[in-house]
Design a protein around this ligand. Structure first.
Ligand code: ATP
Ligand code: MG
Length: 397
């Protein structure tokens, strides 16, 4: 390629107006079709700005994958803060996803570092929390703590969060909590005691066709230039979203088909581009989770993927996956961990629903049972493509 050609590539037109508005963490200015949920949240939390004693409130958002739980919570947090500030209430909204912070301690340490600039080393969780709460009282601040994917914490850790006001005294706890979880995951951690401490439970149903279309129309207007997407295309994507009951699927299809059109030099998105993108999108597979795995978990997942590709069975067993894992470690000059640790990574991957593992009894095996591992939301070759991409970025050769 010469310089002229190089320049020409930059001059090429794009269908996108605002590409990053299709990022999964993007919070749009307007939120359609969740009015009821937002009104419920306002009803529950407005006492913080209306009442002198600023009570502590605990709420929970439940719903299936891709129904807008995260985006609604973030939208609420952002706008609630603005209103509070107008009313002279100094609210800090903190959002934590337990995929990145997998224990109560991790969240508390992070808060402590942010609010008191201390590392909190040598403090217990309670001591650290007390420092944070004292600081809030002293500075007349108030914190809304949003914790997403809460099922990744243990029940007693969730309870400890919900119990803060009881533990430290209501007048000392200038803090409210909004928890988010998929329904199925929540069932694994819910206890009577946890339930008794939740003031309001808000359930999100999947969007129907008209709702999906309205949301997709708005998101396309933000993301694309005029005339890139027509009504027929919108109907197609809305149909797919309604079938899968998952808005993430729709947003991903918009992103992928837009990229495809740019690559092909087209100035609009065609039905074919949508069909193709739709085949490439795995509705429940969450790339962002895989992206955030630690090194050993990634290597373990790669090992599992490779061994699944080597077998005709729909599952692999832990010994085979471990062997592949060791080979991969070698390739990247990383010291492999022992099998017991490997089993732990498999368990962690299972906990965050990237894979599914189950112990199966079999007659001929040494100890009479083995661990069968399958992928949940994506095929092994597709996941491998995805992993190669991550490995290139993280351990680039
Ligand atoms: N009402 C809405 N308006 C605009 N965009 C939306 C709306 N609902 C969902 N989305 C978009 O759909 C995608 C999925 O939403 P979100 O991540 O909030 O789902 P979720 O319920 O948290 O799913 P999961 O349980 O998988 O985390 C995001 O890109 C989000 O911005
Ligand atoms: Mg979410």
């Amino acid at each position: 390629m010469d310089e002229d050609e190089f320049r020409k590539q930059f001059g090429r037109k794009s269908v996108f107006r605002h590409f990053s508005s299709l990022d999964l963490t993007f919070v749009p200015e307007k939120l359609y079709c969740r009015d009821k949920a937002i009104k419920d949240l306002i009803f529950s939390f407005r006492r913080i700005v209306d009442e002198e004693e600023q009570p502590s409130v605990n709420c929970l958002i439940l719903g299936k994958a891709g129904v807008g739980k995260t985006v609604t919570a973030r939208y609420f947090g952002k706008n609630f803060r603005n209103i509070a500030i107008e009313k002279d209430v100094n609210i800090f909204v903190e959002y934590y996803n337990c995929i990145n912070f997998r224990s109560k301690s991790k969240i508390i340490r992070e808060l402590l570092a942010k609010y008191t600039h201390g590392s909190g080393r040598g403090f217990s969780d309670d001591e650290a929390l007390k420092l944070i709460l004292t600081k809030l009282v002293r500075e007349k601040g108030y914190m809304l703590l949003i914790i997403d994917e809460i099922h990744l914490l243990k029940s007693d850790e969730i309870l400890a969060f919900l119990d803060i006001a009881e533990t430290f005294g209501h007048q000392n706890a200038k803090l409210s909590i909004l928890l988010i979880s998929r329904i199925r995951d929540w069932m694994n951690v819910e206890t009577e005691r946890i339930l008794s401490r939740i003031n309001d439970k808000i359930k999100f149903n999947p969007y129907d066709f008209d709702e999906s279309k309205q949301i997709l129309q708005y998101r396309s207007e933000l993301a694309f230039k005029e005339y890139v997407i027509d009504d027929e295309i919108l109907n197609m994507v809305s149909q797919i979203v309604t079938e899968h009951k998952n808005m993430r699927h729709g947003i991903e299809i918009l992103r992928k088909s837009g990229l495809h059109s740019d690559k092909e030099g087209l100035d609009r998105i065609t039905p074919d581009a949508i069909r193709e993108a739709s085949n490439e999108v795995y509705p429940t597979f969450r790339g962002e989770i895989v992206d955030q795995l630690n090194e050993q978990e990634l290597l373990a997942l790669y090992g599992i993927t490779r061994s699944l590709m080597n077998t005709d069975d729909p599952f692999t067993i832990v010994d085979d996956a471990y062997e592949e894992y060791q080979t991969i470690c070698e390739t990247y000059s990383i010291e492999p961990h022992v099998k017991m640790s490997f089993r732990k990574y498999v368990r962690q991957l299972n906990d965050i629903s990237v894979i599914s593992s189950k112990t199966v009894r079999i007659e001929e095996a040494e100890r009479g049972r083995h661990l069968e591992i399958t992928l949940l939301d994506i095929t092994a070759p597709k996941l491998e493509e995805f992993l190669i991409d991550i490995f290139d970025r993280k351990f680039g050769t």
